[in-house]
Design a protein around this ligand. Sequence first.
Ligand code: URA
Ligand code: SF4
Length: 186
Amino acid sequence: MSLIELEKIRRRVSICTKCDLCKSRTNAVPGKGYYKSKLIFVGEAPGRSEDKQGEPFVGVAGKKLSIALEYAGIPRDKIYITNVVKCRPPKNRIPKDSEKKACERYLKSEISLIKPKIICVMGNTAYHSLLGGSNITKDHGKIIERDGNRYFLTIHPAATIYNQSLLKTLKSDMKALVKILNGIKG
Ligand code: URA
Ligand code: SF4
């Protein structure tokens, strides 16, 4: 039963010491959301608010994500949101390859338990980790099928904080995502 298995991952993450990020975190931030969701959203790493509260995308970037989701009619409690690394890197630096490697089992397990129809990849860190990509600005809005998974690419919500035109991009990507999801059979 994937709910129980997900709960196990959550508990493992909360006490994990597999990389040095465990030393500076306040709380590890496991993924959160509906265990049968058709969509998984993957960000980079927790920020300050997430580290404080132990939940993903609850700070300013999370607010932007909520705005875009609401615009597209995606209820936040019907999706699953997680990050490439589950602990906050000091001063929000980009996670190191060694940290991503140490943490990747958790994300892989989340994906294989939930079996979403689409994995929404937000920003370059997730794009690079999951698909080896590097230019989300150019590639956003695209679908990539690989190894039995279907990925949708979009920009990172944090990029929209001081940029209204990028918020528009994120919103229209979310609408496109809904269209694609509705077009998938089964
Ligand atoms: N940015 C991320 O990538 N993830 C979060 O959970 C919050 C901000
Ligand atoms: Fe463990 Fe991931 Fe946190 Fe590193 S970032 S301590 S691997 S949960």
